[in-house]
Write a protein that binds this ligand. Structure first.
Ligand code: ZN
Length: 474
């Protein structure tokens, strides 16, 4: 995941990976899925041009992030709010909350965090903003009206910053033109008191869960130091969370006063973290970058994981398969190794061979919906009519738990098409278009679906809803 990776309810795009290869791979690999948040892709010029999803979906990474945030959210009294962590397809370091329901984190922040504790600290700080009700009045207003727009603007700013730093002109700046820029400045910056309160809350949550605030301090100190240099404040994280030195000093004092200051992450959790970072690198970064980070001399499991992913994305399938099989030999019950194998077959044009490993991955992952969608995709791609029913069944099951996954509806439409059920196929295509934010196509397809269903049947009603939809439910 160069610019994309992992899970939750949204997606983002990669900058460096070839758009097509990436779009396909990542979308499938990470099973990129668009949620309501991603609806603005159409109005999101910079990322849209780069051709990738704005949000990244990946079962393994999302599970890890859930495991990171669950205890923190519980300590904050937010466990019932169903707050999700959404991974944004952006290589810069950033994390923010925009609407009280989601914590957004760039894949760049995941890749740049050496330990679980570092990223957990950042997530704890964002939780502090949520728990403290720090959404500004403006945020509240705008957010109630149009969550998607806010996210588009926030992401657009990140892209503008990244573009400026890369000397790529101001394509990104154009995306955040006039009135938006003013709104964003207001939205992005917390008041200093709010930052300090979020820090304090974060330390409290970390203490309550027996974790050190050291990682958070280390990360913030790094940003504070960076902000002293030329591009002061140019980093999106610095922009959204101003980090003056005195704030970092106060955090240091508070963090060091905890008896957990020296507590280290559990080695098993560190390994999962390292595997996640390796996966992000393998999917999102150029092959030479992956090899620089994980040279062949590095025989650790994460290094082998990163190289295996890079091999299938950039190299030949045979070589990749040998590497993936070797991983499976080490951890035969790791669902994500089987998922990778299936994905490599699927994207390598061998959908029939993808089916067995994906079935195994579904089983080992306890029916991860994202992996189920990949399996459904393999059934459809096999062009074997006998698999059509199977595909419909598993895609419906997955969509019942991931109702905002456009990719699932696209595959479902194809499965119905194979069966010759064009009413359901049109409806599923309409749902996919709707979730991608293409309202016109959604309405056109839904109108056609209505002519194919008997009036008043459940399919007709759903199609009718799309034809008459205003803004998406959020
Ligand atoms: Zn903050």
């Amino acid at each position: 995941m160069t610019e994309a990776l992992l899970t939750t309810p949204s997606e983002r795009p990669p900058l460096r990976v070839r758009a097509r290869r990436y779009g396909i791979s990542f979308t499938r690999r990470a099973t990129a899925i668009v949620t309501a948040a991603a609806l603005l892709v159409a109005s999101w010029p910079v990322h849209a041009q780069q051709g990738g999803p704005p949000l990244l979906r990946d079962a393994e990474t999302e599970q890890l992030l859930r495991d990171y945030t669950r205890p923190i959210l519980r300590a904050a009294g937010l466990e019932k709010q169903n707050i999700q962590v959404v991974i944004i397809n952006d290589s810069t370091f950033n994390a923010f909350v925009a609407d009280g329901r989601r914590i957004f984190v760039n894949y760049g922040a995941l890749r740049e965090s050496d330990t679980p504790n570092q990223i957990i600290g950042v997530l704890a700080h964002e939780t502090g903003h949520l728990a403290g009700g720090h959404l500004s009045k403006l945020r509240e207003q705008v957010s109630r009206a149009q969550t998607q727009l806010i996210i588009a603007m926030l992401l657009g700013l990140g892209a503008a910053v990244a573009g400026a730093r890369a000397g790529a002109g101001n394509a990104g700046a154009a995306a955040v033109a006039a009135p938006q820029a003013a709104i964003m400045r207001t939205m992005l910056s917390y008041q200093r008191q709010q930052e300090e309160n979020a820090d304090k809350a974060a330390v409290k949550f970390l203490n309550a869960t027996g974790q050190s605030a050291r990682g958070m301090y280390e990360t913030f100190k790094r940003f504070s130091e960076q902000s002293l240099y030329a591009a002061a404040g140019a980093d999106p994280y610095n922009m959204s969370h101003p980090m003056p030195a005195e704030r970092v000093r106060a955090l240091e004092e508070l963090a060091k006063s905890s008896s957990y200051w020296d507590k280290k992450d559990d080695p098993a959790l560190q390994l999962r973290h390292d595997m996640m970072r390796a996966k992000v690198s393998g999917f999102m970064e150029r092959a030479d970058t992956v090899l620089r980070r994980y040279p062949p001399s590095n025989n650790s499991l994460p290094a082998r994981y990163a190289r295996a992913i890079a091999a299938y994305r950039h190299g030949d399938l045979r070589n990749a398969m040998a590497q993936i099989d070797a991983l499976i030999t080490v951890q035969p019950n790791n669902p994500y190794f089987h998922e990778l194998k299936g994905q490599a077959f699927l994207e390598g044009g061998k959908p029939n061979e993808a089916i067995a490993p994906l079935r195994k991955a579904v089983q080992l992952s306890n029916n991860s919906p994202l992996i189920e969608m990949l399996l459904g995709q393999a059934y459809v791609a096999s062009e074997n009519k006998a698999y059509a029913e199977e595909a419909i069944k598993i895609l419906r099951a997955a969509l019942s738990r991931e109702p905002e996954a456009a990719l699932g509806y696209t595959q479902l439409a194809m499965a119905y098409g194979r069966k010759g059920d064009y009413a359901e196929a049109d409806l599923a295509s309409a749902q996919a278009a709707f979730l991608r934010g293409d309202q016109k196509t959604a309405r056109d397809l839904a109108s056609r679906a209505k002519t194919r269903f008997a009036i008043g049947t459940p399919g007709w009603v759903k199609a009718d809803d799309i034809v008459n939809t205003k803004p998406i439910k959020n």
